[in-house]
Design a protein around this ligand. Sequence first.
Ligand code: COA
Length: 176
Amino acid sequence: MFAVYEPDVVGRPLAVTVRPAEVTDLDACAALAQQRNGGESDTWRSRLSVELDDPERLLVVAEIDGIVVGHAGAGWLSFDPELADNVKPGWYLTGVLVDPAMRRGGIGSALVQARLNWLDARTDCSWYFASAANQPSVDLHRRFGFREVTRKFTVPGVEFTGGVGVLSVRFTAGAR
Ligand SMILES: CC(C)(COP(=O)(O)OP(=O)(O)OC[C@H]1O[C@@H](n2cnc3c(N)ncnc32)[C@H](O)[C@@H]1OP(=O)(O)O)[C@@H](O)C(=O)NCCC(=O)NCCS
């Protein structure tokens, strides 16, 4: 589910390209999602396809030698006020996944940077949430300026592994 937390490991940079996803990438993205999360590949493909078709969403893929080795999303999220607690509608990073065999090579960072470039053109305030137990993800995003806001919040439809999530925000320079 999460990468094993190994803060002392030194990664080796990989020559990765990040680009907007295309329909032809969906099978590879779904296979990565299925490998990580279980469930049916077709279900993941349908979800990713919805993301791809949404004009307020960005789906990017990381590619090495023509092979998709990761994907990530971003976009505008709004929540049912009856079910949500302590979360605001806004521009969010919506998940990042790197092939386990390719981790600690800078691919996750490249996927974060590509989406922040896209978000920064739309807002001076980007949000991200993750399980508090996912320390590799928390560390990764902290490097890009995300700072914890609260652990007391509810995103409808999201259950955090371990029961606790971390909601974080990043302001660009000049934003209050
Ligand atoms: C989190 C994830 C995307 C990171 O991808 P990655 O390609 O390994 O990330 P990077 O190589 O760019 O790592 C950048 C920094 O993040 C931190 N980091 C990433 N993985 C880490 C790990 N396993 N342990 C400790 N720190 C880690 C480190 O600070 C790292 O810098 P360093 O390698 O110079 O020490 C990847 O582990 C993954 O796909 N995990 C499963 C899916 C997931 O948890 N997604 C996040 C859900 S919100």
